[in-house]
Design a protein around this ligand. Structure first.
Ligand code: NI
Length: 258
């Protein structure tokens, strides 16, 4: 799988790029069955790996934006895919030959109730003590449209730093983060077909709207990065220190049992 020079240049200038296809429609059907099973079975919930990204995540509340971290822990067959292989090739073309796979997650927007994913930079979620040069490859398992919550980006110089964030609704019980201020006047929406992809740098602000359609909006995201290095001067991501979520609690309890 080879990117065109136009695609590489577009990514360098804007911090994101769109691909029409990163895998086949046959594979999308296979991955979708696995994906739906993981959410139906609440895989990872007890370990804090499945939770509501946009809500307070109580056990008896329906999640508005369910997320699974590292879904291949619960379905290793996800990794044996053309998507994983193509994504690595693409990442190395954009970041360089030392780029490696660093993680994955799945974000589901249920029909009608799926909440928006507020404007954020991915690096705001990560270790503030390290330099990060990473990209996320975001693949929808059905068409992604403005109606069901496709990705939107603000083109920006990726050499900048992480801007201030806070928990959604300023509620530290909510895992999801939101930028304190954002000028979305230059935002670019990226509707793409099933099995297409958008790729964004870890410091590019992005957003996905609520799902107003009658079908689920499924996204399966792979993350690739250059080897991380410690920063000489620490940054304080206070939004991480302040967070107190039910997910952290379940994660701690599961660790103690081991
Ligand atoms: Ni993100």
């Amino acid at each position: 799988m080879e990117l065109s020079q136009e695609q590489i240049t577009f990514f360098r200038q804007n911090g994101f790029v769109r691909l029409d296809a990163i895998t086949t429609q046959e594979e999308i059907i296979r991955l979708r069955a696995i994906y739906d099973r993981l959410f139906e079975q609440k895989s990872g919930r007890n370990e804090g790996q499945q939770f509501d990204l946009a809500g307070t995540d109580e056990d008896d509340k329906e999640a508005k934006l369910p997320q699974i971290l590292s879904p291949s822990t619960y379905a290793p067959e996800l990794k044996d895919s053309l998507y994983h292989r193509n994504a690595l090739t693409v990442a190395q073309q954009l970041l360089g030959p030392t780029a490696a796979y660093t993680g994955e997650h799945a974000i589901l927007k249920p029909p009608r109730i799926g909440a928006e994913t507020p404007w954020h930079q991915d690096e705001a979620y990560w270790n503030p003590g390290q330099y990060h040069e990473s990209i996320s490859i975001w693949m929808p398992l059905q068409e992604a449209t403005l109606e069901n919550g496709c990705m939107q980006f603000i083109p920006m110089d990726t050499a900048g730093d992480v801007l201030p964030h806070h928990s959604i609704n300023h509620d530290p019980r909510i895992h999801g983060l939101e930028m304190d201020t954002v000028d979305a006047s230059q935002a670019v929406a990226c509707p793409i077909p099933a099995g297409g992809a958008t790729i964004h740098h870890c410091r590019i602000p992005h957003y996905a709207g609520p799902n107003r359609s009658d079908t689920p909006r499924r996204a399966y995201i792979l993350v690739f990065g250059l080897p991380t290095e410690a920063r000489e001067t620490a940054r304080d991501f206070h939004w991480q220190r302040e967070r107190q979520t039910a997910r952290q609690e379940r994660h701690r309890n599961a660790q103690m049992k081991n």
